[in-house]
Design a protein around this ligand. Structure first.
Ligand SMILES: Nc1ncnc2c1ncn2[C@@H]1O[C@H](COP(=O)(O)OP(=O)(O)O)[C@@H](O)[C@H]1O
Ligand SMILES: [Mg+2]
Length: 323
């Protein structure tokens, strides 16, 4: 579940209550919530977001200018990023280089175990990993020096490959608290329950989610596809300048994939960007990437356009190996 501060590394922003979500010891991205309402841990990704985009069936295939005629601005620049697994010291990222401009959609593909999810989690500051070299500049700031909460507030969002369940906490309560926590942090007005419902209704429509979804506990008993939709709902409620979507297409049938893609496209504005990790070309047909990158052994070894995905589909990753 992407909203939570899952990494257990940082103090909650004052005056929020003490932390209460705890990472499971199994090593998965799962958490427990104890005594909800009294001990609530707030989400860590926030950014200003206004629902100004209209539903679009398809995304633009190219980068988008800022609408004022100027060139797109650099949103994130990753240079020679290396990282190890904190516990074992095993090297996973071996020098990732990637530049993302505002309005661009980037896709990362690559074999299982090539480091795609690790890269995504390192960007949001996951505790399991230690950065050993390189730099990441996000909106002009050194991302690697920022706490995970601040990365979120700066406009970074990660939809996890395996969203976690939070038994006993309704989606509505969770999103409401997340939203208000962001508002507080940004010094903006918090919404009362009814006001929040008014706020979230059009968002539900946009992501094609029925209102009764709100009464269900966060991801509890959700199908794989529902979990993925829920991630997108969180993205839509909280917003992000750079949304990182890790295998958002896994477990989705074609209708659900279309819905999720529609919602992601609807969230795109000329200044927002997406970094999506996928194995399959079909997602890229719905959310058209500006660039496709191939990750191999912890680094990006190839960058190109949609034709890369076609070659991959026909010939597999062998066709992408550098001689
Ligand atoms: N927290 C972790 N603990 C141990 N090994 C990990 C951890 N995270 C990633 N790995 C290992 O790092 C490699 C890359 O994993 P990952 O980034 O999930 O690959 P991908 O998303 O490309 O399939 C794999 O060998 C995986 O087992
Ligand atoms: Mg992965």
């Amino acid at each position: 579940m992407a909203l939570l501060h899952r990494f257990g590394c940082c103090s909650p922003p004052s005056p929020l209550p003490p932390l209460s979500f705890q990472k499971s010891t199994s090593g998965s991205d799962s958490y427990t919530v104890s005594a909800f309402q009294r001990r609530v841990r707030y989400p860590r990704r926030f950014s200003s977001f206004r629902l100004t985009a209209t539903l679009a069936a398809e995304s633009p295939a190219g980068s988008v200018s800022d609408g004022g005629g100027g060139p797109p601005k650099l949103l994130m620049e990753v240079k020679d990023l290396t990282a190890v697994i904190a516990e074992s010291g095993k090297k996973i990222l071996n020098g990732v280089n990637l530049s993302i401009y505002e309005g661009e959609i980037h896709a990362i593909m690559g074999k299982n175990g090539s480091g795609k999810s690790t890269f995504a989690k390192v960007l949001v500051g996951h505790r399991d990993y230690e950065v050993t070299g390189g730099s990441v500049v996000f909106k002009g700031e050194n991302l690697l020096e920022m706490e995970p909460e601040d990365r979120s507030l700066a406009g970074l969002f990660l939809s996890f490959q395996s969203p976690v369940e939070i038994p006993g906490v309704s989606n509505n309560d969770f999103l409401h608290m997340a939203y208000n926590a962001r508002q507080r942090k940004l010094g903006q007005t918090e919404l009362q329950p009814l006001e929040f419902y008014g706020h979230i209704r059009p968002i539900l429509e946009m992501v094609n989610i029925k209102p009764d979804f709100l009464n269900r506990n966060v991801n509890e008993g959700f199908s794989g596809g529902e979990k993925k939709r829920n991630e997108i709902l969180q993205l839509a409620v909280l917003g992000a300048d750079l949304a990182i979507l890790d295998e958002i297409d896994s477990g989705l049938d074609v209708d659900a994939l279309r819905d999720v893609a529609k919602a992601v496209n609807a969230l795109m504005t000329p200044t927002k960007s997406v970094l999506m990790i996928t194995h399959y070309r079909r997602l890229l047909e719905f959310i058209k990437p500006t660039y496709i990158h191939i990750m191999d052994n912890g680094k990006i070894t190839k960058t190109g356009d949609i034709s890369i995905a076609s070659i991959l589909e026909k010939e597999g990753y062998k066709a992408m190996s550098t001689p």
